[in-house]
Design a protein around this ligand. Structure first.
Ligand code: XMP
Length: 510
């Protein structure tokens, strides 16, 4: 195992992820952890992350200097490299020329970090301070015209540092550099796999929970499904999953979730499916304001969940499918800064009577969560699901929500998804769905005049869902979907395609 020490860099999880991609298990801990706590984890290597501070200032994050003599290899990245140099007698100061972006770096390929690479390598630099002189005992193994010490090493003490960021994709061969460190310097075997993560987490959950009781709110999305599956494997019947059908789910979603988690499904757990459709529809009747709809759904969801939780009584743990991007977006990402607040209907609450929260996916990225889901035997249609908002189809129906409108949008959306899913994975948008506009217009069907709804199709490409581009789907995909929708879905006589980026539009319609 390799331990990443978090000094507040934005890319710290990426470091862990690259190490895991090299087949070595990796965890992240704050720099505030004591050296004893670090030693107790028994790592084969340590990596210091970047961070926003200046290593030479008094209040900046630092670490017990004994870490350098303990004998376990240490790699410092960016702030981590400056901190190491500063603590060991090098000179770190404001760089005369700050470097930001792709930079060609001259590498000494005799270094074990750079073995197998060419002497010139494009690397991602992002720093205001720099290492003016390396600490005694260190050999400089990379430089740029503006950065005399772009990398340095003291092979005898197994100390390594790089000013640039090998973890970001803009650094060519960055993953190779990190795997060189974990294989060549730390002596890791590279045999860890995602199923080891699943196995290890299941074992840890078993031990932590003992014979305790766990309650999990299952939304049918990827994260809560994988979280539930992991707990099901660890503790079986001690787990109760509550799934609320608010009547705003995608077509067949309830059946799919019940088939996996319900009676006769893959897992031997307590599964409660609450049919709350009527409750939600009656609360939503006549409500047209987007925020009003969201608020009603959020509150009603909590109320339904609360009622179910009361029936179960006190539990020891509440399980949540929080994943790493949620943690970062909510400003809880270890030492890094807040980016945005996460909005989620399932963001449960104080009222449930429980002692602790368990979040087994807290360190994983979405694709790692999907991979874990596959290892746990979840079906592909659950694991490969695109994101679906907590308020569900209510924010894809402009204006008031009725069961009839829900059925229309469900049918149109299912057809559209079916057509898009015929494209190879690499050509599929990040998110694609149908939304019911509140617009009706005149059409002709057979010899009859119609006056029916227009449905809008949306397809966007995005990595962070904060901004999004329109995905240019093949015309045949759109026209086939449009034809099928007007032919197969009653009360739709027009199909529109939404060509708006985010911003100025949002991805959802309300
Ligand atoms: P917007 O519409 O804000 O959507 O551009 C960005 C991403 O967030 C999802 N979304 C939500 N997810 N609860 C959620 O769990 C919500 O209230 C919510 N609103 C939007 C949306 O599907 C997209 O992926």
């Amino acid at each position: 195992m390799v331990l990443v020490i978090d000094f507040g860099g934005q890319y710290n999880q990426l470091i862990a992820r690259r190490v895991r991609e090299s087949g070595v298990y990796c965890e992240i801990v704050s720099y505030k952890h004591s050296l004893e706590a670090i030693k107790a984890k028994n790592p084969k290597g340590i990596i210091f992350t970047g961070g926003p501070n200046s290593a030479y200032l008094e209040d900046s994050p630092t670490i017990d200097p004994e870490i350098y003599t303990w004998g376990v290899p240490v790699l410092g990245i960016c702030y981590g490299s400056q901190l190491m140099m500063h603590m060991l007698g090098g000179h770190v100061c404001v760089a005369p020329e700050r470097e930001y972006g792709k930079t060609v770096v001259d590498l000494d390929t005799t270094s074990p970090m750079f073995a197998g690479l060419s002497e010139k390598n494009v690397c991602w630099m992002s720093h205001n301070d720099y290492i003016e002189t390396a600490a005694p005992g260190f050999k400089i193994v990379a430089s740029t015209p503006n950065c005399p010490v772009a990398a340095a090493e003291d092979a005898a003490r197994k100390l390594y540092c790089v000013q640039f960021h090998p973890e970001v994709l803009h650094t060519e061969n960055g993953t190779k550099m990190l795997s060189n460190f974990v294989y060549n310097v730390c002596g890791c075997a590279g045999t860890w796999k995602m199923d080891s993560f699943v196995e290890q987490t299941v074992a840890e959950l078993k031990e932590r929970i003992g014979d305790g009781k766990v309650l999990c709110a299952l939304s049918g999305g990827v994260d809560s499904s994988v979280c539930a599956a992991m707990l099901a494997k660890a503790i079986g019947k001690q787990l109760t999953c509550v799934f609320v059908d608010h009547g705003l789910l995608r077509k067949n979603e309830r059946e799919e979730v019940c088939a996996v988690f319900g009676e006769g499904g893959q897992f031997d757990i307590n599964f409660i499916c609450v049919d709350a459709r009527e409750r939600f529809y009656s609360k939503l009747a006549g409500v047209t304001a987007p925020e009003g709809k969201r608020k009603i759904i959020g509150e009603e969801f909590i109320r339904v969940f609360e009622e179910e939780a009361k029936k179960i009584g006190a539990v020891d743990y509440l399980a949540q499918g929080t994943i790493y991007p949620d943690v970062v977006e909510s400003g809880l990402g270890g030492e890094s800064a807040t980016i945005k607040s996460h909005h989620n209907v399932g963001g449960l609450p104080d009222f449930v009577d429980f002692k602790e929260i368990v979040e087994p996916l807290r360190d994983l990225f979405k694709d790692e969560v999907r991979q874990s889901g596959r290892e746990l035997g979840l079906p592909e249609n659950l694991v490969a699901r695109q994101p679906f908002p907590g308020p569900g189809l209510a924010i894809r129906i402009i204006g008031d929500v009725t069961p009839e409108k829900v059925a229309i949008v469900q049918d149109a959306d299912a057809i559209y998804r079916e057509e898009v899913d015929k494209l190879p994975m690499s050509e599929r948008p990040s998110q694609y769905f149908a939304a019911l506009t509140n617009m009706r217009s005149v059409g002709v069907m057979g010899d009859e005049r119609t006056y029916d709804y227009a449905i809008a199709l949306r397809a966007v490409t995005t990595t962070d869902f904060m901004t999004a581009e329109v995905t240019m789907l093949p015309p045949a995909t759109i026209t086939t979907a449009a034809n099928r929708i007007v032919n197969e879905v009653k009360h739709i006589n027009r199909v529109l395609f939404d060509y708006t980026t985010k911003p100025p539009a949002t991805i959802e319609f309300e």
